[in-house]
Design a protein around this ligand. Structure first.
Ligand code: PBG
Length: 323
């Protein structure tokens, strides 16, 4: 029976008691900071739809990594923009590809930085899709798998600690785990963008890395935002295929999905606080309509509360100052 004499406000009386009963805590160790590395850039170039976030030339990444480490963020996710795009996105598996160069440089200079690589093709292909497409513009699943295998082995050779395939290609986790193990990279961890929705919240990112599809859209591989049970099928497959970490993306509009995965799978759950979620908070704060520090903390805390163990966020670098 419910005790009607209970007064919940007793536990909110002052800071000390509020601190004692707080259920969820955001920590620097929960956060991963994405970094954009551009092969055609010297120095740093800001991204207009993502205030505070830049692309970096290969020589300019050191200061950003130093800043992250100084602030206690020891985890980064690398996105590369190649010198040249082509139909297959071949820069993704070259020893001197942009991601490989960035990883090698970071691991050489800052071995304490844990480096995750985004594994995809959309930033590298002339058509902007996440794999091999045929002449009708159809994404060819199984041909894409062999290119993914080349890509991850090459990232591992460069020194990546973890690879994170984001293309929503069927069978990608099994193919990638096999390729890594065959090449003796059993220690390289695998985080799957297991449940990735076809979302409008990626808008600013596509500007940031110039990866908008030149024709069609991503609805044949990314999930329908209306679907929830399908998320368990996607995550179940990836878990069975050998993913170490399962990710939900985007985060804020999909907290129910984070909660579902946390309940269903004995694996760490990650979520991606994507570019559009970042941009909305930044834009409203710039207009003076919301308090950025308060709102970003609240947003990230909600992801943690829903069950996320790992939060990938463009806020990581700055929110670290308050954690
Ligand atoms: C695909 C990829 C995307 C994001 C991360 N990896 C974009 C897409 O699917 O179009 C989005 C990240 C963001 O919006 O912050 N390589």
């Amino acid at each position: 029976m419910f005790d009607l004499s209970r007064r919940p406000r007793r536990l909110r009386k002052n800071k000390a008691i509020r601190n004692l009963v707080r259920e969820t805590h955001l920590r620097k160790d929960d956060l991963v900071m994405p970094i954009f590395v551009n092969a055609n850039l010297e120095g740093e170039k800001s991204i207009s739809a993502m205030p505070g976030i830049s692309q970096f030339g290969i020589n300019a990444i050191d200061s950003e990594i130093e800043l992250l480490l100084e602030r206690g963020i020891n985890q980064t996710l690398i996105f590369g923009l190649p010198e040249e795009k082509d139909a297959e996105g071949s820069d993704t598996w070259h020893e001197d590809g942009i991601t490989q160069r960035a990883v090698r440089r970071i691991k050489e200079k800052f071995p304490e930085m844990y480096v995750i690589t985004d594994v995809c093709f959309c930033e590298y292909t002339s058509h902007g899709h996440c794999g091999v497409v045929d002449s009708d513009g159809k994404l060819l699943n199984d041909l894409t798998l062999s290119n993914l295998q080349k890509q991850v082995v090459s990232h591992a050779q460069a020194g990546a600690d973890m690879v994170a395939p984001s293309g929503m290609i069927d069978g990608m986790i099994l193919a990638i785990r096999d390729a890594l193990d065959d090449a003796k990279f059993q220690d390289v961890a695998l985080m799957s963008y297991a449940v990735k929705y076809s979302s409008g919240f990626y808008g600013p990112f596509r500007e940031a890395v110039d990866s908008a599809p030149q024709f069609g859209d991503r609805q044949t591989y990314q999930m329908d935002p209306a679907n929830k049970r399908e998320a368990l099928i996607e995550a179940g497959l990836d878990f069975a295929e050998g993913a170490d970490v399962l990710m939900v993306k985007p985060a804020l509009s999909y907290l129910d999905i984070i909660q579902d995965l946390k309940r269903e799978f004995d694996a760490p759950i990650a979520c991606y606080n994507v570019s559009g979620e970042y941009a909305m908070i930044k834009a409203a704060a710039e207009k003076g309509w919301i308090d950025e520090k308060k709102v970003r903390h609240e947003a990230l805390l909600s992801m943690k509360r829903a069950g996320a163990d790992i939060i990938i966020s463009y806020f990581a670098r700055d929110i670290a100052l308050e954690l």
